[in-house]
Design a protein. Structure first.
Length: 353
């Protein structure tokens, strides 16, 4: 660090190097700097960041909501390291791809125990983590009755931290572009702003009106996943990995398996329009249910559960739906084809009972 740089620049660099090296001691050793010097500078930088005077170079926020969320997460899992240390390294594969699919986190209403288990169990030997929609709850943009107050900056800080942790744990993270909760942001903006203001916002976010999709761009190993038809139409709630379809269709049924069957039938009917290959499995998020259903001659229909806590509105006197299950699904693909025998549902809240 050059003595000619301004104090604010030095503070910003202290935040950045500590994050990059995973802690003050590691950063001080790498820079050949006295530990006490970097520690004092880092403390001053955090104080300045909390007052909104500086931010890190890469845009990862360090203000009060993010700091609170970080402290809760560190305490929850007993973490010793500090800040984002970069994406996980790719695994060595020879034609076999390990895919884990988890969805419906509804941050900040995600279950931290479920997230910790996902990272600990699957991170070390997974190639691709697929996030199946409703990653954030978009609570402030909801038009339904709100049972608690969650400010946008608090939810966004929690999403930033969680996506950061998943980026560090999994070599590739694929974020399904379209789902009903994050899509609320664009709907509310289009309802209240004129086209010129919408274009101004899109120009500042890289072309999106969805804060979650703008957030994804901060992490080098997190990519947006969707499907493009042969005619060039985007289907943001659908993506494929090999011959497995992952979708967040807005379809639900109280009858177990009914929504899955309806979605599989729709994909089959529209397969030519969508340009789909023959599918070996269909994974549907959105329902918060869990099911593994053999279908037709050699097809699996899968609901992988959710990663969210039970919400207040689900326990109201107006009864409906099925109880949600916390969990995810893991599978192996060999040369792009699903190994059906490898499919495993992980039912997390059942294991904790």
């Amino acid at each position: 660090m050059s003595a000619r740089k301004t104090p604010r620049r030095l503070l910003r660099e202290a935040l950045t190097v500590v994050r990059q090296h995973g802690g003050i001691a590691q950063a001080a050793a790498a820079l050949n700097m006295p530990y006490s010097t970097l520690q004092a500078r880092h403390r001053a930088a955090l104080a300045a960041a909390n007052q909104g005077h500086i931010e890190e170079d890469d845009g990862i926020p360090v203000g009060l909501p993010y700091e609170r969320e970080w402290a809760v997460w560190q305490q929850h899992i007993g973490m010793a390291k500090d800040r984002y240390t970069g994406p996980a390294r790719p695994r060595a594969t020879t034609g076999r791809l390990r895919v884990v699919a988890a969805g419906d986190f509804h941050v900040p209403f995600h279950d931290r125990d479920a997230v910790a288990e996902l990272i600990a169990r699957e991170g070390p030997h997974t190639d691709v983590l697929l996030l199946g929609g409703d990653f954030g709850d978009a609570h402030c943009a909801s038009t339904f009755i709100k049972y608690q107050t969650v400010r946008f900056e608090e939810e966004h800080a929690a999403k930033t931290l969680l996506l950061q942790e998943l980026s560090q744990a999994f070599p590739t993270v694929r974020y399904l572009a379209g789902s009903n909760h994050p899509d609320r942001f664009e709907k509310r903006l289009r309802e209240h702003l004129d086209p010129d203001l919408l274009n101004a916002i899109a120009s500042m976010t890289g072309g999106t009106l969805n804060p979650d999709l703008a957030l994804v761009r901060r992490f080098p190993n997190v990519e947006v996943a969707q499907w493009t038809t042969p005619d060039g139409h985007l289907v943001p709630w659908l993506t494929l990995v090999g011959d497995v379809a992952f979708c967040h269709a807005e379809k639900y049924s109280r009858t177990p398996g009914a929504a899955l069957r309806g979605i599989e039938e729709w994909l089959d009917d529209f397969s030519a329009t969508l340009g789909l290959p023959a599918l070996r499995a269909v994974v549907q998020f959105h329902t918060h249910a869990m099911a593994l259903l053999p279908w037709r001659a050699n097809t699996l229909l899968i609901e992988p559960g959710c990663m969210a806590q039970v919400q207040q509105y689900q326990l109201g006197a107006k009864l409906g739906g099925r109880p949600q299950r916390q969990g995810y699904v893991a599978m192996d693909l060999v040369d792009g084809h699903l190994d059906i025998g490898s499919v495993r549902l992980r039912w997390l809240d059942a294991e904790r009972r």
